[in-house]
Structure formats: structure tokens, C-alpha cells
Design a protein around this ligand. Structure first.
Ligand code: AMP
Length: 445
């Protein structure tokens, strides 16, 4: 019996994990610069939290949640987190953050679960990085979050994207807009896709979101939400735009950007990758001033975003920026006979304790095979010891980048290796081929 991973639940193998770690380290650095503290939230929450916090009318709650009844009596319905904004809001309220400090800034990284149809760039278990900023109703907060998103992409070296921006107003403004939009859409419902006709009932704004040609055509002259905003929302939006422009963050206004989630107010934005195919949203977010109250807290304004980490990695690959992520080994220690192998194992442990990444042969292979292995692993140096070296208490140290090789006394080995590793490995030069070309003859075991 063999097993396969579940559809849409990919394994991340070590070569790929190196890219993940690099992405994560950029995220941690971004969060440090912007002053966000990391929050690690549970995988499971009560189903009700997401139903309230994400919204009954959304695709996520309607059809994508991994929900099940647990073993308690009576059973409780639990859900694997499909996103983290609702969980973070729950934690914000639970830990009385509003009383602790005027502004709370959190970030998170981790897996989310949605029962979606897997395709390129879309998984059932995927990872998000998100920021949440609680406590400020002001456009400076919206701008900070959006600038942080743009800065993440800049730090990663990604430029092939578009930032789309819109304001979807307050709940009251949106209610008025909804009526106006329904009036416009109802006579056109024959021209809309079936999905949009269904969406019209629950959330007509989502019709604007549709990528289907017939929906785009039918909504070309639809009223725009920006046109129905009141003074305050209008000023808020102008200020956000001004702050982005002043920071050199380019954006385009997109009247169709309404975001899929119910809890947004005013600013909505999306970073759209331009070479990602159908699943092109790198990340998105907006202001959500009503959520904290909805999950039982005191009304607190908030703004945030989340990025899909798989999408960021795909974009890095497309940009040719994923290649230099593979980790390289510092040193491979080669022992040629039984006693030398024992020495190699001990030396490897000592090098590791001193902070080097070190490896030695565990298969008792020939010198030639060990050399090949050192090359395959991308080792920077090899340390070679045979019977003569053991007797003379020295080892051959070969810099695989330059090809230089010399005999070094055991007591000086660590210092020599550290010095060698500190020297740049001359980027873009092909490492000298590793041959078992000993300066002194050594009999292979
Ligand atoms: P959302 O929470 O739906 O606004 O999604 C935020 C980001 O998460 C999106 O912009 C995508 O980059 C990513 N994302 C959402 N759903 C998936 C999925 N099923 N697979 C991979 N990435 C996803």
C-alpha cells in the first residue's frame, strides 16, 4: 500500500524549503523595520468565528471551509483556519489589546486551508503572510500597510506587478451603492453569467469582481462606488492616495476591486502579479473597521493585508530570482581508511559545534565517490585525511572554488576553514572540478 498526499496539499521538500526560508527571512525583516510583532495563532477555531468574522455571504464560508464536529458532548463545530484576520481579531479581543496600548501591530505567517479546486497557484493548504494594524481610523495607517506591501515586493526584487486601489466606503455608503448597483444590474441579469446572477442576491458588489467576459461587458457602465462616497470617505481616500504618491508607490484606481470578504470598509487594495496567469493575486487587503465589534470587542478601527506565499515564490521563479536560494555546505570531510573515517566523524562534529555546516560520508564509500558527493552537495571545501595524514596530524584542505589545496595541521584546521569560508567564492565562476588528485599518494580503503 502506498500513499499519496491529499489533492491540493503539497509537500515542500528541502530544496524548495530553502526558498521558503529566504522568503520568510525577508518577511521577518520587513516586519522588524515596520514595527510589527509576530503572532502565532491556532490552526483550529470555532466555525462560528469564521462565519461571523469572514462573513456568511462569502465563498470561503459558503463552500470552502474544512469544518468538522469534534468529540465533545454535545459536539462542537470546528474549522481549520481559511484565513487569519478573524482569528487575529479574536485574539485582539481575548487579550484586551485595546486596553494595553493605543496601536497594536501584528504579523503572521502560516498555513491556511480552503476547499478550493486546485490549479496552478491555487492549493487547499497554502500559506499566507499578513499584517494587521489595529487602533487607527486614519489614512496614515492605510498608507503604512500598503507601503509595507510594496516594500516587501521591493525587498524581494519583484517589479512585475500592479497595485490596484479602491474605496468601498462605509457600511452606510455601501448599502446605498448596493441599491444603486442592483437597480442597474437587475434589468441586465439576462446578460450576466449564472454565477453573477446568484451573487447578485447575496452580494451584488461581487458581480464587479467577476472575470467573465459577459459580466465585464454588462457592468461596463455600472455606477461607481467612488461616485457615491460622502465627504469623509472621499477625503480619507484622497489622503491615502497622496501618501502613497509621496512615497513613490504607484497604483491604479480600479472601480471593480471590491474584495471577496464582507468585513472591509473604505480602502481596498490588491497587488496583482502580471505574469501569474489566472491566479494572479499576490496579496490584498484593506480597512476593516467593523470586524473587531463583530467578533465581540469594542469598536476598533483596523487595516491589514495578506499575501499568498506560494504566489510570491512563483513570481520569484518567473523573475529568475529563485535560483540562488539553495543552501551550500561549508565543508565535506573525507576519511580514506577505517581510522581516518572515525577521525572524519569526530572532526565533522567539532566543525558543526563551531558553527560550520559540515558533512562526512556515512556509507563508507571510496575517496572518488566521496569527492563526487562533496561536489554534488555544493561543499565549499573538502578536508581529506588518510593513514599518512593521521600519523602526521595534518589534513589536506581543498578550496573547491579556487582549486587551491594545502596540508594543514589538525590544530589549525578550524582557523584555516573559517578563513577560507570568509573569502568570497568568486561568484559565477564554475568551481574547479574535484578530482581525487592527491598531492601525496594515499591508499584507498
Ligand atoms: P484572501 O484571504 O482570499 O484575500 O487571499 C489573500 C492572498 O492569499 C491572495 O492574494 C492569494 O495570494 C493567496 N491565496 C488565497 N487563496 C489561495 C489558495 N487557495 N492557494 C494559494 N494562494 C491563495
Amino acid at each position: 500500500m502506498t500513499y499519496q498526499s491529499l489533492k491540493g496539499f503539497p509537500d515542500i521538500l528541502p530544496d524548495a524549503a530553502a526558498g521558503w526560508r529566504r522568503l520568510e527571512s525577508v518577511i521577518h525583516e520587513l516586519a522588524r523595520r515596520f514595527g510589527y510583532g509576530e503572532i502565532r495563532l491556532p490552526m483550529l477555531e470555532s466555525t462560528d468565528l469564521f462565519a461571523r468574522g469572514v462573513g456568511e455571504g462569502t465563498d470561503i464560508v459558503g463552500k470552502e471551509m474544512y469544518s468538522f464536529l469534534d468529540k465533545s458532548d454535545p459536539p462542537e463545530s470546528l474549522t481549520l483556519r481559511p484565513e487569519l484576520t478573524a482569528s487575529a481579531a479574536r485574539a485582539f479581543v481575548q487579550h484586551s489589546m485595546a486596553q494595553a496600548q493605543p496601536i497594536t501591530k501584528w504579523y503572521y505567517i502560516g498555513p491556511m486551508f480552503r476547499y478550493e479546486q486546485p490549479q496552478a497557484g491555487r492549493f487547499r493548504q497554502f500559506h499566507q503572510f499578513g499584517l494587521e494594524l489595529y487602533g487607527s481610523p486614519n489614512p496614515e495607517a492605510d498608507a503604512e500597510v500598503i507601503i509595507a506591501g510594496a516594500e516587501l515586493l521591493r525587498m524581494l526584487g519583484l517589479t512585475n506587478y500592479k497595485l490596484r486601489l479602491n474605496s468601498i466606503g462605509t457600511a452606510e455608503e455601501r448599502a446605498a451603492y448596493r441599491t444603486a448597483l442592483l437597480e442597474y444590474l437587475t434589468p441586465l441579469s439576462g446578460d450576466l453569467s449564472q454565477e453573477s446572477v446568484r451573487r447578485m442576491e447575496k452580494n451584488p458588489l461581487r458581480v464587479l469582481d467577476s472575470k467573465k467576459a459577459e459580466d465585464i461587458r454588462a457592468t461596463a457602465d455600472a455606477p461607481k462606488i467612488l461616485d457615491v462616497l460622502q465627504e469623509e470617505s472621499r477625503e480619507h481616500f484622497e489622503r491615502v492616495k497622496g501618501l502613497l504618491a509621496a512615497s513613490g508607490v504607484e497604483f491604479t484606481i480600479d472601480h471593480r476591486l471590491v474584495r471577496g470578504l464582507d468585513y472591509y470598509t473604505r480602502t481596498a487594495f490588491e497587488f496583482q502579479g502580471l505574469d501569474l496567469g489566472a491566479q494572479d493575486a499576490l496579496g490584498g487587503g484593506g480597512r476593516y473597521d467593523m470586524l473587531i465589534e463583530q467578533v465581540g470587542g469594542k469598536s476598533t478601527p483596523a487595516v491589514g493585508f495578506s499575501f499568498g506565499m506560494e504566489r510570491l515564490l512563483i513570481a520569484l521563479q518567473h523573475a529568475g530570482l529563485a535560483g540562488d536560494m539553495a543552501p551550500e555546505e561549508d565543508v565535506y570531510v573525507i576519511g580514506l581508511d577505517d581510522a581516518s573515517r572515525a577521525w572524519a566523524a569526530t572532526a565533522t562534529a567539532e566543525f558543526r559545534a563551531a558553527g560550520l555546516s559540515a558533512e562526512c560520508d556515512l556509507l563508507r564509500r571510496s575517496m572518488k565517490a566521496q569527492m563526487r558527493e562533496a561536489n554534488r552537495r555544493g561543499a565549499r571545501a573538502v578536508v581529506i585525511v588518510g593513514g599518512d595524514e593521521l600519523a602526521g596530524r595534518h589534513a589536506q584542505v581543498k578550496d573547491l572554488a579556487s582549486g587551491d589545496q594545502k596540508a594543514i595541521g589538525f590544530d589549525d584546521l578550524l582557523g584555516e576553514l573559517k578563513g577560507l569560508l570568509a573569502r568570497p567564492a568568486a561568484p559565477h565562476t564554475v568551481p574547479a572540478p574535484v578530482q581525487p588528485d592527491r598531492t601525496e599518494p594515499i591508499s584507498e580503503s
